[in-house]
Design a protein around this ligand. Sequence first.
Ligand code: SF4
Ligand code: SF4
Length: 127
Amino acid sequence: MQIDEKNVNFLKKVEELSGEKITLCEQCGICTTSCPMVDEMDFTPAGIMRAVQIGDETIIESKAIWVCASCFSCTVRCPRGIDLSKVTEALRQLTLRKNVDHIDLKEVKKEKLPAIAVVSALRKFTG
Ligand code: SF4
Ligand code: SF4
């Protein structure tokens, strides 16, 4: 893939939003092997990092960034001190800040869910 200005700008935007230095990632894969949600993801955590490093904006359409539970298992083990949960949050924000919801709240309300799950869904999945 040819890296152009658009790719570099995307990387800078995610670094700015997350506060993390994504270029420090050495692709060791420890985040992937630490992640309890990886089986549900279409990109591994290390794959998410790689996509952002090369400025591949299509990563914001991945399922993986929404599946990340911000559990910090990867964060505490990353040898480069990167908080990957802040990176997935930044990637989610790129959609949510356009006032686009990731879930249909009407469907959530139809489910018999505990109040905390509804509040969490509101915070994580709606713009
Ligand atoms: S553990 Fe850290 S350095 Fe290793 S691939 Fe994941 S984010 Fe990159
Ligand atoms: S914070 Fe997200 S990516 Fe990291 S281990 Fe937890 S679920 Fe996986």
